[in-house]
Design a protein around this ligand. Sequence first.
Ligand code: PAF
Length: 283
Amino acid sequence: MQIFQDPYQIQQELRALKCAGKRIGLIPTMGNLHRGHLSLFKLARKHCDVLVGSIFVNPMQFGANEDLDKYPRTLTNDVKKLQSIKVDYLFTPTNEIIYPLGTKINTSVEVNRLTKRLCGESRPQHFKGVATVVNILFNILMPDVVVFGKKDYQQYLILSAMVKDLFLPIEIIAGEIIREDNGLAMSSRNKFLTEQEKDKAAALRQIISDCGNEICSGNKNFMQLKKQAIASLKEQSFKVDYFDICNAINLEDATANDKQILIACAAWMGQPRLLDNLEITLN
Ligand code: PAF
């Protein structure tokens, strides 16, 4: 695996490969790679000739009181993991490279509507930071295909909308959620859980899936289901950011006529804020 910090050097390499007809696949990450990330790389491998990863902890997507400084940085280990699955190129830029003028840069990318719901309510600047950095990475690395994980379902939807709205010549593929043995969705932030909290955190998936079972068996009283789930989460010592039952395409509150539904939740267990979701298709 070749590792580049310089955007122009990696771009030159990738441009030559593209000119030779190779299809470039990209997995943008913030590092601290786990099995969830590796599954995205493996999926991308099936859709491209040249597999590229990026590791950049993007300051622009963290709010003032969020965990930017604490975000785990484990580059040496990450490199070993990517080498073991035969990733071809890794891009590891610095803040100064991506944001030479600081994060109050002149140009930013904002996706409307979808960014206002779910995580956007408590993290109002987050998706602007995500869309901006992902655009910067797309412009440097020129991927033909990109895989985003569905644990961050809203992010996947927003970036798919961005690609469509801006006519970017990129195929977006979604990777399934990868889970720990107890059902907890894999996340870089899980390492902040104590063993005891990790056990308790498994309830998040259970509560979402109980709600999903209710909906599948015909219960459309979404308000009531939401209340019930929030009460169960609190009982299991979660601090709830949101628990929503929404239309899986536009993220608006689900109505009785919706066929594609997303149950999405963000909740703190101890220090980390955990995300999980479930997609449901009704007949
Ligand atoms: O999902 C992530 O790790 C980040 O939001 C991303 C897409 C790499 C942008 O910084």
